[in-house]
Ligand binder design. Structure first.
Ligand code: HEC
Length: 229
C-alpha cells in the first residue's frame, strides 16, 4: 500500500518537474516537429522579394483590364442602342459600386423605396428578361411561380414571386433581396450589376402583372380576341 503510494508520488513528482521544472530555459536547437503540417511551404510571400521573376519582386501586377470589385465596369468600345438604353454601361454609377442612395441600396432614408430608378424601355425589359432567365428562373421558374428546375432537386423553400406578398413588396426590398439574399437564397449582388438588378425587377413586375391580369387590363378593342379563345 505504502509502496504503491510512493511509486505514484515519485511518478507525479517527475511529471510535474518535467512539465514545469525546466520552463524558461531557451534552446537554440530547432524545435521538434512531429507533425509539420504545412508550416513551411514553397510559396510567394506577399510584398517579399523573390529571385524567380526578372524584376526580383514576388508580387505580380494584375492582368491588364482587371476590374476590382466595387469599381465601375469598363465601357464597351461600341455603344449600341441596347447599352445606351439599358444604362449598365452608360450609367455613371454602373457596376458594383455601393453608394448610399436609392439606386444603390433600394432604400429611401430608413425605408424601402419603390419605383425603378432608370428609364423603363423595351430594351430594359428585354435585358431584364434575359437576366431573369439566366439568374433567377432556375429557382423561381420562368413565370416566377416558384417552380424552377431546382425544386425537383430538393430546393423546397423557393417561394413563388407571384404571391400577393411579393407583388406588394416594394421594389427596393426586392432589390435588397437580389443584392444580399434572404434566408436560403444566396446573394446575387456580386454576380449581377446594379443596373441589371433594376432591369430584373422591372421584368419581374411585368411577369407579376401578366399572371394576375384582369380583363380590364386589356384594351377594349382586343377583348373580343380573348373571348374567342
Ligand atoms: C438558387 C435558387 C435561387 C435563385 C437563383 C434565386 N432565388 Fe430568390 N429565393 C430563393 C429561395 C429559396 C427563397 C426563399 C427564401 C426564404 O427562405 O425566405 C427566395 C426568395 C426570394 C424573394 C422573396 C424574399 C422575401 O422577402 O421573402 C424574392 C423577391 C426573390 N427570391 C427574388 C429573386 C430574384 C429577383 C432572383 C434573381 C436575381 C432570385 N430570387 C434568384 C431561391 C433563389
Amino acid at each position: 500500500m505504502l509502496r504503491g503510494f510512493l511509486v505514484i508520488f515519485l511518478l507525479c513528482t517527475i511529471a510535474i518537474i518535467a512539465v514545469f521544472g525546466f520552463r524558461g530555459q531557451k534552446s537554440t536547437g530547432s524545435p521538434l516537429e512531429i507533425f509539420p503540417d504545412m508550416v513551411r511551404q514553397m510559396k510567394v510571400r506577399a510584398q517579399a522579394p523573390l529571385n524567380f521573376f526578372a524584376d526580383g519582386r514576388g508580387s505580380r501586377l494584375p492582368v491588364g483590364g482587371t476590374v476590382p470589385i466595387g469599381y465601375e465596369m469598363p465601357k464597351p468600345e461600341t455603344t449600341t442602342s441596347l447599352a445606351a438604353a439599358v444604362g449598365p454601361y452608360t450609367h455613371p454609377r454602373a457596376g458594383f459600386s455601393a453608394g448610399t442612395d436609392y439606386y444603390n441600396t433600394g432604400k429611401m432614408g430608413d425605408h424601402w423605396g419603390t419605383g425603378i430608378p432608370v428609364a423603363v424601355t423595351r430594351e430594359l425589359m428585354e435585358r431584364g428578361q434575359q437576366r431573369f432567365n439566366i439568374t433567377c428562373a432556375m429557382c423561381h421558374g420562368a413565370a416566377a411561380e416558384g417552380n424552377g428546375i431546382t425544386k425537383q432537386y430538393g430546393l423546397a423553400t423557393v417561394v413563388s414571386l407571384q404571391d400577393e406578398r411579393i407583388r406588394k413588396m416594394s421594389d427596393g426590398e426586392i432589390f435588397n433581396t437580389i443584392t444580399n439574399g434572404k434566408n436560403t437564397m444566396m446573394a446575387y449582388g456580386p454576380n449581377v450589376i446594379i443596373a441589371d438588378r433594376w432591369a430584373i425587377i422591372a421584368y419581374l413586375r411585368a411577369l407579376q402583372r401578366n399572371q394576375n391580369a384582369a380583363i380590364a387590363d386589356v384594351p377594349e378593342e382586343h377583348r373580343p380576341e380573348l373571348e374567342k379563345k
